[in-house]
Design a binder for this molecule. Structure first.
Ligand code: UMA
Length: 452
């Protein structure tokens, strides 16, 4: 490889450029934006020898490069990608580029929900077993770097654990995980994909280079996830919170594994510090992956007992006047919000729902909330549609105008949470969006909880 063109100068672009330059490859990076945030990244990669252009993409130059790497956030219909398609150029994704330089085996985690929790937990369990792990990929939020940064790390870790989005899987070619984990499948990103099937098709690329040495950890409770694996070669291990024949399962009140060495009890469900059935599934998936990567039963069990919720994933942020505020702002699709609501349904709930409208059907939320919710507040671009779905389902709802600042949900939210009985506790579940990133959403939510 003599030359690489990288499209986009965000976290992916900067990491890929640093990796390319470290290989002595001629590197050109371009980004349509020229704002301060991009300029700072551009300076970092200029310093290691890349040519950087902000404000335009030089199609001639990109077309002449041996390899073209595209950032995941760029829409497939963006003019630059459409123009490259017309020229017969097929860009690869940043994790595909990184994979070509990996020096250790790889666990790749994808799925609609639970990816970050499962990937971070698998890394935690392996570390508990004394294994050096590089954790990164889509995780973001300061929890892990882009895949290319992991490829640069020296000494190389003993295992890489990567979280992958469908946007990243869309551009794989040789990418081949030793252990692939599919947490679940549900509709998402319908603002980017023409159909749910098209979104699932990108997820299916996890299996593109499967062979008989591959190991697959699949959600046994999710028909669509099992179907997606199709006839992919390799060994299969299912995890399930419902079925007794799964390799990772719940027996009575215990989490149990069987990876072909007999039944292994890990720990009791009540010892797992993560809320909800969906997190029991994530824990089983991570335990299977870590065990298949060589971690012993004991460190896996110890690691599960010391697991902590990641920020913005059903994370308690404050308890104020008998109200527990729970930040679940990473629940950015209906399936994720349902998982959270179900795991808190034995408490009285006030939910704050809204943010960007990705085109999903919100009626399933109404059905789940009708059973347990006390009050819902909707906001943001999706607020109107969510409120209509909840109203039709008989859920008491207050709608905050779409243009109003997020703080405007505080008043109705707080009023709705006022405990009826003294000492009554009413956890709130905030599924909020419409911000620059989950840091902002979670920060704003924590501010509401404190009454800032
Ligand atoms: N751009 C162009 N030309 C265009 C359009 C855009 O140059 O025509 C530029 C933009 O100005 C921007 C860059 O391309 O500077 C695109 O960057 P990006 O959106 O791909 O963001 P990165 O900073 O590279 O971050 C990406 C992931 N972001 C997305 O997929 C949207 C991060 O996942 C990931 O952590 C990071 O790579 C490292 O792997 C975040 C995410 O939100 C956490 N992921 C989505 C999710 O989890 O739902 C998929």
């Amino acid at each position: 490889m003599n030359s690489v063109a990288i499209i986009g100068a965000g976290a992916s672009g900067v990491a890929a450029a640093r990796l390319a330059c470290a290989q002595g490859v001629k590197t050109y990076v371009s980004d349509l934006r020229a704002e301060a945030a991009v300029a700072a990244g551009a300076e970092r990669i200029r310093a290691v020898g890349a040519d950087v252009e902000l404000g335009r993409h030089d199609l001639e130059r990109i077309g002449r490069s041996d390899t073209v790497v595209v950032s995941p956030g760029i829409h497939p219909d963006a003019p630059v990608l459409a123009a490259l398609r017309r020229r017969g150029v097929r860009p690869i994704s940043e994790p595909e580029f990184a994979f070509r330089f990996f020096q250790a085996p790889l666990i790749a985690v994808t799925g609609t929900n639970g990816k970050t929790t499962t990937a971070a937990l698998a890394a935690h369990l392996l570390r508990e077993a004394g294994v050096e792990v590089g954790l990164g990929g889509n995780v973001g939020g300061g929890l892990g770097p882009a895949a290319s940064e992991l490829a640069l790390a020296r000494p190389a870790p003993a295992w890489y654990v990567l979280e992958l989005s469908s946007f990243q899987l869309a551009g794989v070619e040789r990418f081949r995980p030793d252990i692939g984990v599919l947490t679940n499948l549900a509709p998402d990103h319908l603002d980017r994909y023409p159909s749910v099937a098209a979104y699932f098709a990108d997820k299916a690329r996890l299996f593109d280079n499967a062979d008989e040495r591959s190991k697959w950890v699949l959600n046994g409770d999710d028909e669509k996830a099992l179907e997606l694996a199709g006839e992919a070669p390799g060994e299969r291990y299912t995890f399930s919170v419902e079925r007794s024949d799964a390799a990772g399962r719940i027996e009575g009140d215990d989490l149990v594994l069987d990876v072909g060495r007999g039944r292994e009890r890990l720990l009791g469900l009540d010892e797992l510090p993560l809320l909800g059935a969906h997190n029991a599934g994530n824990a089983l998936a991570a335990a299977l992956a870590a065990r298949l990567a060589g971690a012993g039963r004991e460190p896996v069990a110890r690691g599960l007992a010391s697991a902590r919720p990641l920020p913005h994933r059903l994370a308690p942020v404050a308890e104020v006047e008998g109200v527990l505020w729970v930040d679940d702002s990473k629940a950015t699709n209906v399936a994720a919000a349902l998982g959270a609501i179900r795991s808190l349904r034995d408490r009285r709930l006030v939910v704050l729902l809204g943010g960007k409208d990705k085109g999903e059907d919100f009626r399933p939320l109404a059905a789940a909330l009708a059973e347990c919710v006390r009050f819902a507040v909707t906001f943001g671009a999706a607020g109107e549609r969510i409120a209509s779905a909840l109203g039709a389902g008989g859920v008491p709802t207050e709608r905050v105008a779409p243009g109003a600042p997020f703080e405007a949900v505080g008043g109705p939210g707080r009023a709705g949470a006022r405990p009826r009985a003294r000492g009554g506790r009413c956890p709130r579940l905030g599924t909020v969006g419409n911000f620059n990133g989950k840091e902002d959403r979670g920060g704003a939510f924590a501010g509401l909880a404190r009454g800032d």
